[in-house]
Every structure is written in structure tokens, then in C-alpha cells.
Unconditional design. Structure first.
Length: 363
């Protein structure tokens, strides 16, 4: 096996620390061809769909990629912005704000963002970090709750990149932060801001992305971590058990997924006399198709059509101040021990360079 050529190196060059914020991904445009490429990569990941590969390949390429891209493109078109994909735009803003916040706290780091599926890819951004002199990299998934379908897939992409690299940087991974105080506080602030402007609902519904029930039975902690996030947020808001409900959305296929499902729950709430429901999606740190179209559009229509009177969607954390500060705090915790706040010693670096040249180095 051959490995990639290493980027050029200058002796005495200060070692840098990088942070890579990784989100799920997005198509490059709201078109059927772009969706076909994106879905082929996304649904082709064995972490996402745990069906024997030969069988799934026939289903994916024989049926799904012939039918779904056009339908999905129309949905993406309904939420596309002048900046492009909302998920990509928000993730890019988060990375820039994270860099600024950590800089204000005295950390010298390089912060980039990557998409697990689509562009910029995890491998491309890690290549760029190496070229910039990063010898230490912290991997930060944009998923507060750990799941093999999301967090582990990001890690797979990093491992895959590392398997082709000769000089692998030090790597650290954040697995989860579903119960981190700053994250819960940021969610609380988001809800309270909405309630201050619009009043309180009859019920707060917390909708998390669903996964097959089988993943729970096979040991995936996602279900439990979603419920802990929900409980902590409810406690922070002072809600009793009758004032909120936790559900799972985005079911795909015929298999049983984590329950209760979001849309049937909304129908039941409307049928039981609940007039106003507010919905927040705590598992998504950036607004995206699943929040802006599936919840803010489709779920709204479901609730109102079933007899509900008011439906409020509470936006994701996005670039909110409390979230950026929480994210910076999370990174600081996992950067501990790396010299991100030590001043650069130009004289020592020059001495190192001269010694290397004396030993025969070209630069």
C-alpha cells in the first residue's frame, strides 16, 4: 500500500493545533443530480443502513436513487437560501465564531468545518490542516447525542483518511455532550427567548432524529442520551411531565424505529384538545432539511390539519451566543494538555531550524 506524499516541512515551524467541526452533510444544490450523488454517499454508508451490502446495493441503486432524488430536491429547494444549504451555512458560521471565541480566550488554534457526506469532506479538511502545520487535531461532531449512525461514521471517515497518511497527527475525538451544562443552558436560553416573545404553549415537543429500534437493541446509547437531554432541558425550564413530550422523527423504510414518532404524536395532541404546541429539535445544532422542512412545514401542517390552532417551531442553536460559548467550553475541556495558550518562541524555533540545516536538512 502506498501513502500520500507529506506536505513540505520547514524545520523550526511551530506545531499547530486544529479543531475540525463535523456535520452530517448536504447536497451541493437542490437538484436531482446533486441529490443523487449525495444520497448515494449517505445511504451507501454501512453505518447508516445496516443491511447486507449486496441486497442493499440493489435496493439503493435499483429503486431509491431512481425515485428519491427528484422528491428530495423539491424539499431542499423549499429551504434553500442565498447562502446555499442552511446546514452548511450555519456550520461554517459556527466554525468562524468558535475560532473567534477561543482566540478571545487566549487559544491559538485553527478551526475548520467538514461534511461527513458532501463537501468540504473530512479528508480534504484534514489534508488542509496538515498542510497548515497542524500536528494535533480535535474532532468535534455536531451531534450532541452519540450514535453509531452519526458520530461513529465521522470517526470512520477520520480513520479512513489516517490509513492513507504517513505522518498521522495526534487525534482526539469528542464522543458526546448530550448532558453538558453549557449545551443544556443554550437550549434553555433558546426556548425562553421564544417564550418571552410569543408566550408559552400548552405542550413543548422535543423531536429528535430517529434511528431503527434495532440499534437500541444492539447497544447503541442514542435513545438513552436523547431522553437524558430531554429530561435535563425540562428540568432547566421547570417543566413537569405533563408539559412536554419527547418524540423521534425522520423514519425511513418499513422497519420499526424509535418511538413515539413525531407526526402521529402531533395528531394525537391536536385530537386531545391541545391548542398550541411548540417544537424544538435538540439533537440538531444547525437548522437543516429535517428541521426547516420536515418540522416547520410538514409537521406544522399535520398539527393544524388535525385540529390544532397554533404551531411554533423553535429554531436550532445555530449561531446563538450561549451555544458558541458552550461549544468553546467543550473544546477547551478536550484541548486540555495541548499547548494552545503557550506563546511562540521565535528564537527557539530559529535555533531548531539552524541545527537541522547543520545536520543536512534543506530548510
Amino acid at each position: 500500500m502506498s501513502f500520500r506524499k507529506e506536505p513540505s516541512h520547514t524545520h523550526g515551524q511551530p506545531a499547530k493545533t486544529g479543531i475540525l467541526l463535523c456535520n452530517l452533510g448536504t447536497p451541493e444544490a437542490p437538484t436531482a443530480p446533486a441529490l443523487r450523488r449525495y444520497l448515494a454517499e449517505f445511504l451507501g454508508d454501512a453505518r447508516v443502513v445496516e443491511i447486507p451490502r449486496p441486497v442493499w446495493w440493489l435496493i439503493l441503486h435499483g429503486i431509491i436513487l431512481r425515485v428519491r432524488p427528484k422528491k428530495s430536491a423539491a424539499k431542499y429547494a423549499s429551504i434553500w437560501t442565498p447562502e446555499g444549504s442552511p446546514l452548511k451555512a450555519w456550520t461554517e458560521k459556527q466554525a468562524k465564531l468558535l475560532l473567534g471565541t477561543l482566540g478571545e480566550r487566549g487559544h491559538r488554534v485553527e478551526v475548520r468545518y467538514a461534511m461527513r457526506y458532501g463537501q468540504p469532506s473530512v479528508a480534504a479538511q484534514l489534508d488542509a490542516m496538515k498542510a497548515a502545520g497542524c500536528t494535533r487535531v480535535l474532532i468535534v461532531p455536531a451531534y450532541p447525542q452519540y450514535s453509531g449512525t452519526t458520530s461513529a461514521s465521522v470517526f470512520d471517515a477520520v480513520y479512513g483518511w489516517a490509513s492513507k497518511v504517513r505522518l498521522i497527527p495526534e487525534l482526539r475525538f469528542i464522543n458526546r455532550y448530550h448532558d453538558q451544562a453549557g449545551y443544556i443552558e443554550a437550549l434553555k436560553s433558546r426556548v425562553q427567548q421564544h417564550w418571552l416573545a410569543h408566550g408559552r404553549p400548552d405542550k413543548l415537543l422535543m423531536s429528535f432524529h430517529g434511528v431503527p429500534q434495532r440499534t437500541l437493541e444492539m447497544g447503541d446509547p442514542y435513545h438513552c442520551e436523547c431522553h437524558k437531554t430531554g429530561r435535563l432541558l425540562a428540568e432547566a425550564l421547570g417543566l413537569n411531565k405533563d408539559e412536554y413530550v419527547l418524540t423521534f422523527q425522520s423514519r425511513f423504510g418499513k422497519a420499526k424505529w424509535l418511538e413515539p414518532y413525531t407526526e402521529p404524536t402531533l395528531k394525537a395532541l391536536a385530537g386531545s384538545g391541545i391548542k398550541r404546541v411548540d417544537v424544538i429539535c435538540p439533537g440538531f445544532t444547525s437548522d437543516c432539511l429535517e428541521t426547516l422542512e420536515e418540522i416547520a412545514q410538514e409537521a406544522r401542517e399535520t398539527f393544524l390539519h388535525a385540529g390544532g390552532q397554533e404551531f411554533h417551531y423553535i429554531p436550532c442553536l445555530n449561531d446563538s451566543g450561549p451555544w458558541i460559548h458552550a461549544l468553546a467550553g467543550l473544546c477547551e475541556q478536550h484541548l486540555a494538555g495541548w499547548p494552545t495558550q503557550e506563546p511562540q518562541d521565535a528564537a527557539a524555533a530559529e535555533a531548531t531550524r539552524r541545527r537541522a540545516i547543520e545536520l543536512g536538512a534543506k530548510v
